[in-house]
Design a protein around this ligand. Structure first.
Ligand code: C2E
Ligand code: MG
Ligand code: MG
Length: 711
């Protein structure tokens, strides 16, 4: 029989089983092993879901750590075993087919969070126990006043039997009594402990407030304090504790003794250090990872006045090819070698190298002189990459692109600096790679707004942030308004009104141009109907709408246009679609088919910006166009007087050719009366430009049309 492959649920269950088997022997739970497994299953599920989430939520890891304490897994060994289990099996059973390296680093972060959550929960629990003991001690003081022998006996029992260390000293600091647990923590006998003074137990890692708190307590100014504190044992090793010290007063409230309760946290601390190392270092190369690098960078960026930082962001050129052709094992070895070489470049104090992931590395230098140092650092990096790397008997050439950011501290945050370095690195790559480039704030700003605008585009359409301005098209012969070109704008909530040049290329790039273009067409056609209703059909006002190359190839173009015209009740001849000449260069019949269909229905097609592209005049015959729109550059050359005779000849030639082919000629960018006159003489039919009107709201066209209807 062939076994059914395991589903994710089976695999999750298997993980929970292994986990419960590993931890059950060291728990103090009263549950049976299967019951305990049921308790672990939801925790396993949380870890599995956190592993798969887009962003690792370390709160989940912390919650699982805390839940272990709740499930009576309070022995540090239970944590160690849990972490070993997660380390070995979580990715294996719950990782799906995700990227292993990424999953491993996620798992490491979850483990770190689990340990932190565990430690925190255990500490909370210990504090609660300590409170209870302190309470018992306070009640015991009542002994003197009320001679309640039973209470004192209870205190004795708690004192001797407690798992945490308890010590009592007088207010001068002379140790009077300690319990067995405390002696075991220190590894000494009662004899040597008695007669010692609390003040002797200083340690270089004492928190600054340690002894102030102590002084306040023995003076009777505070009732207790909690601290993490280290002690030297007689054998020279260090004991780390969670320490609570309380003041004991007599029946009249006069301070008499101090009571110290301590919990040994040495092992947990070591475990935390190990986990912290794993969570902050890259498993493959041993270099600091992204997390640690961010911490260091943040610290460097917060360094005081006069300090600077320099950062080199390195990405190997063509690493993917090596990985794909020689396999991941070879790729890994290459990365290890590169990491070693990089490390040798940044050995001075204040310098560090880290691996951000994949084939991306960073080197950081800090101090007052990074302006000159960072270039040297980049040069050193390029230099160590020069020698080929030998893998499996092959010599591989390694090249890289570096983006450098350098500057004073205190101005930017780590994310911003890293983004700038990343953008700069891409600039180095697109300039051919194997080089370094220095960040340029202006280029950054452009790339950042570009990025910001691109991501904001789709929502902008939904939120109605686009609007259309109309620029009249005027007949050169009689000066009457014949229609208008629809020009789209974006009223951006932060940047104000943006012209199409800022966002149309982005909309084309992301495909949003199709719905946006459809919206423009809809609005404009509706506008044309309104004009026609208002001013009649003599002459009928027409609307020109720009089409992007992507819209041309979109299969819905013809149908959408027909629908929009029909819905608005507008004849096709009220519409002129403007297509740039460059979009039609080399167009084959398939591409031209939709335009031809539209032309056959009566929609005019105009060739926009004519004269800027290839201007293959012979090609004109093949295209389904009925209007040539001469580019602004022709009009511009007519601005000086007398106009360049060669330009005049060219325009004259184009006009007569166009007319010969039955095409109307429109000119753009007419800014003066002289230009208009010149173009009229040359035979152009209609014109558009600031001389007549700037693009504006639709009502403006009414005014113009009215002016020339009446005057
Ligand atoms: P275009 O179709 O060649 O539009 C004419 C451009 O020239 C417009 O710029 C207009 O404001 C400008 N202009 C008009 N008269 C004058 C003048 O006398 N002097 C000067 N210096 N400029 C003048 P705008 O509005 O920035 O549009 C730029 C381009 O954006 C348009 O060039 C068009 O290709 C594109 N565009 C605009 N709206 C749309 C749209 O809805 N869809 C698509 N796909 N593209 C659009
Ligand atoms: Mg146009
Ligand atoms: Mg144009």
């Amino acid at each position: 029989m062939i076994a059914e492959p395991d589903g994710p649920e089976d695999r999750l269950r298997r993980f929970a089983t292994i986990w419960s088997r590993a931890v059950f022997p060291v728990t103090s739970t009263s549950a049976t092993r299967p019951e305990f497994e049921e308790q672990l299953l939801p925790l396993a599920r949380r870890l599995s879901e956190a592993l798969a989430a887009r962003v690792v939520d370390t709160d989940e890891g912390r919650a699982v750590g805390a839940a272990l304490v709740d499930a009576h897994c309070t022995d540090p060994e239970a944590l160690t075993r849990s972490l070993d289990c997660v380390d070995a099996y979580l990715v294996l059973y719950c990782g799906g087919d995700g990227d292993r390296e990424d999953l491993r680093s996620r798992s490491a972060r979850l483990q770190h969070a689990m340990a932190a959550g565990f430690a925190h929960a255990l500490r909370e629990r210990t504090l609660a126990e300590q409170e209870a003991i302190a309470q018992a001690a306070l009640e015991a003081q009542g002994v003197v006043a009320q001679a309640l022998h039973a209470t004192e006996a209870r205190f004795r029992a708690v004192f001797e039997g407690a798992a945490i260390g308890i010590g009592i000293a007088d207010l001068d600091g002379n140790v009077l009594q300690v319990n067995g647990a405390l002696l075991r923590m220190f590894g000494i006998t009662d004899q040597t402990m008695r007669g010692r003074r609390v003040q002797e137990w200083t340690h270089p890692e004492d928190a600054p407030q340690t002894w102030t708190l102590y002084d306040e307590l023995v003076r009777g100014e505070r009732e207790h304090y909690h601290l993490e504190k280290a002690f030297y044992r007689p054998d020279g090793t260090v004991l780390w504790t969670n320490l609570t010290v309380s003041l004991l007063r007599d029946a009249d409230g006069v301070p008499q003794y101090q009571l110290a309760l301590m919990e040994d946290t040495t092992e947990r601390r070591l475990l935390n250090l190990r986990l912290r190392y794993e969570a902050t270092h890259d498993a493959l190369t041993g270099l600091p990872n992204r997390t640690l690098f961010f911490e260091r960078l943040e610290k460097a960026l917060n360094a005081g006045e006069g300090q600077r930082f320099g950062l080199c962001y390195l990405d190997l050129d063509g690493f993917k090819t090596i990985n794909d052709s020689l396999g991941h094992a070879a790729g890994d070895r290459l990365l290890v070698e590169v990491a070693d070489r990089l490390q040798s470049c940044a050995t001075a104090p204040g310098e560090m190298v880290a691996r951000l992931g994949g084939d991306e590395f960073v080197a950081l230098t800090t101090g007052p002189d990074t302006e000159s140092e960072v270039d040297d650092l980049a040069a050193r990096i390029m230099n160590v990459l020069l020698a080929p790397v030998r893998i499996d008997g092959r010599e591989l050439t390694v090249r890289g692109s570096i983006g450098i950011v350098e500057g004073p501290t205190g101005e930017r945050g780590p994310a911003e600096v890293l983004r700038s370095a990343d953008i700069t690195m891409y600039r180095a790559k697109s300039a051919g790679g194997n080089r370094f480039e220095l960040a340029d704030p202006e280029a950054d700003a452009r790339a950042i707004t570009r990025h910001g605008l691109t991501t904001a585009l789709p929502a902008a359409l939904d939120r109605g942030e686009f609007f259309i301005e109309y620029q009249p098209l005027v007949h050169l012969g009689d000066g009457s308004v014949r229609g208008a070109e629809a020009l789209v704008r974006w009223l951006h909530p932060q940047h104000g009104v943006l012209g199409p040049d800022r966002f149309i290329p982005l909309a084309e790039h992301t495909g949003l141009i199709v719905p946006l273009g459809r919206w423009v067409l809809e609005q404009s056609v509706r506008q044309a109907r309104e004009w026609r209703e208002r001013y009649g059909e003599n002459p009928p006002l027409r609307i020109n709408v720009n089409l992007s190359p992507c819209q041309l190839t979109h299969p819905g173009l013809v149908q959408d246009t027909v629908d929009i015209l029909e819905r608005a009740g507008v004849e096709p001849d009220a519409l002129c679609l403007e297509v740039t000449e460059s979009a039609l260069i080399g167009a084959d019949d398939d591409l031209l088919k939709p335009l031809r269909r539209l032309a056959e229905m009566g929609v005019d097609i105009a060739l926009d910006d004519f004269g800027t592209g290839y201007s293959n005049l012979a090609n004109l015959r093949r295209l389904p166009v009925s209007v040539l729109k001469l580019d602004r550059s022709f009009t511009q050359s007519m601005q000086q007087f007398p106009a360049d005779p060669v330009d005049l000849k060219i325009v004259e030639g184009i006009v007569s050719l166009a007319h010969g082919l039955n095409l109307a000629v429109t000119v753009e960018g007419v800014e003066t009366g002289a230009q208009a006159e010149q173009l009229r003489i040359l035979g152009c039919d209609t014109a558009q430009g600031w001389y007549y009107a700037r693009p504006g709201p639709p009502e403006r066209l009414h005014e113009l049309a009215l002016v020339d209807a009446t005057g």
